[in-house]
Design a protein around this ligand. Structure first.
Ligand code: PEP
Length: 244
């Protein structure tokens, strides 16, 4: 099973922050994949200094090229040195109105370009409180993960929207319930579904990472705020390395 610590810098970071990647690059990443997704403007400079750390994009357009002002294609990410791309982050779904079908098309573009694709799903607080979490996540998975997905190229990130950047984290039982459900759906649909890595995302920090990595079907984390500093992200990488 792949184990992955992926950092999403969102719209943070200029050249002055590349030193954080240099610090991470000096670490032994051991048996886990460490990925940093900086803003697109930093991708190629990050890739040049990342050593064993992999770099990725935070989004891509579904088309390979064309009249799409301001967008970046998966082929361009690959050309800039990326080996991963995140698609379907809740901030993209909310800020840009991305639908499951849009996300499936972006994911397919990432796969076609030879990238590993991290596909994000997760419920809002209203949906959780209405008892709809498993339904929402199941629908997002069914619509956002393309039929061509396989465990060597696709990673699923479960990120409850209410846990992102809030310091709130679901209980271990809640994480286990959703990850177990995702695992079951993936296993039913894909030949390699039992082996697809499942990341938890939402307020992961060095102080809670070990506990989260001990939850069944959690194979790593997608980290926002705590990925911006190599010292914090390093603590999360250490916890993943120490987990089974
Ligand atoms: C994210 O945006 O993917 C995320 C998990 O953010 P944070 O770790 O800051 O909650």
């Amino acid at each position: 099973m792949r184990r992955i610590a992926a950092g999403n810098w969102k719209m943070n970071g200029t050249g002055a922050e590349l030193g954080e990647i240099e610090t991470l690059a000096a670490r032994n990443t051991d048996s886990v994949e460490v990925v940093i997704c900086p803003p697109a403007t930093l991708l190629s400079r990050a890739a040049d200094i990342a050593g064993p750390v992999l770099v990725g994009g935070q989004d891509c357009h579904a088309a390979e090229s064309g009249a799409h002002t301001g967008d970046v294609s998966a082929t361009m990410l690959k050309d800039a040195g990326a080996s991963f791309v995140i698609v379907g982050h809740s901030e993209r779904r909310a800020d840009h109105g991305e639908t499951d079908a849009d996300i499936a098309a972006k994911a397919q573009a990432g796969l076609d370009a030879g990238l590993n694709v991290i596909i994000c799903v997760g419920e809002t607080l209203d949906e959780r409180e209405a008892g709809r979490t498993l339904d929402v996540v199941g629908t997002q998975l069914a619509g956002s993960v393309p039929d061509s997905a396989a465990s060597n190229t696709v990673v699923i990130a479960y990120e409850p929207v209410w846990a992102i950047g809030t310091g709130k984290v679901p209980s271990n039982d809640e994480i286990e319930e959703v990850h177990g459900h995702i695992r079951q759906l993936l296993t039913e649909r894909f030949d390699t579904g039992a082996e697809m890595a499942l990341l938890y995302g939402g307020s992961v920090k060095p102080s809670n990472a070990a506990e989260i990595f001990a939850v069944p079907h959690v194979n790593g984390a997608l980290v926002g705020g705590a990925s911006l500093k190599a010292s914090d992200f390093g603590g999360i990488i250490d916890a993943l390395n120490a987990s089974d």
